[in-house]
Ligand binder design. Sequence first.
Ligand SMILES: Nc1ncnc2c1ncn2[C@@H]1O[C@H](COP(=O)(O)OP(=O)(O)O)[C@@H](O)[C@H]1O
Ligand SMILES: [Mg+2]
Length: 278
Amino acid sequence: MGDQDNARNGVVITFFSTASAVGKTLIACNMASEIARNATVCLVDLDLQFGDVANYLQLQDEYTIADVERDMNVQGDSCEVAPFLTLYEHGQVAFYCLTSPKDVAEAYNIKTKTVQQIIRQLQSMFDYIIIDTTSMFSELNLAMLDMSTIVNFLGIVDFIPTIKNMKIGTDTLKRLGYDTQKIRLVLNRSDSKTNIGMDDVERVLGQPFYHILPNDFRAASQSIQDGVPLVLSNGSTRLAASLRELVDLYTDGRMGSRHQEHQDAAASHSLLGRLFGR
Ligand SMILES: Nc1ncnc2c1ncn2[C@@H]1O[C@H](COP(=O)(O)OP(=O)(O)O)[C@@H](O)[C@H]1O
Ligand SMILES: [Mg+2]
């Protein structure tokens, strides 16, 4: 973790979807791990009721975001988030996590304003902030989409309702005026058995997938069981390679000290960026 430095303005990468169990948490954990090889990272679990980050990484988290909320209510703006973070370490890779409340009831007490303040503070401390969310157009999630540099709108093409909900999601984001360049459609589990053609889905959604991740149930389950993200433990699988490619697209293959250039780089070098003429 770097020292507090107001000049720093960490890149915020959010995972969002309109269906559950599409791989947000798994991919967020992998992205945090891969980026952490070369930059400072904080992974924030905003699935406040049913967060999985602590499980997927087998964290012994002493504090959660609920403790930050309590402290902020006492300290106000002088509340520091750092003492409430949990370190994840595997080999040479390390990053910080802000985990979700342990008690479902505590989730109700977390105010959107608090979370906005937390993210701003983390932006001054870390190069990258990775946010895991839930499948809902809630006030909190919309606030996080607003604060994001990049939104991974994740989907799987398994059956018609999922696609319908993705369509509703993309249309809603457009209607709400979100910058289409920051919303990246990412398809997960692409080669799972289905009769639905990818071209048809892209036509329905009105835009192409920015990145496509393969299906690998065994590697995904094993990584959750071991508490070690695929890119760290099972790096030779196609899924790990594809996860690394996604990180490269967002970091433009030039991580670390050049993260400040990231926003422009991501916009101008991305597929969406090219399609939209930037
Ligand atoms: N590319 C993939 N291939 C196979 N299984 C996957 C893949 N991505 C995720 N999964 C599995 O899908 C399930 C849901 O993933 P998760 O990350 O918890 O979804 P979400 O956070 O969107 O609810 C997990 O059991 C995970 O192992
Ligand atoms: Mg999840």
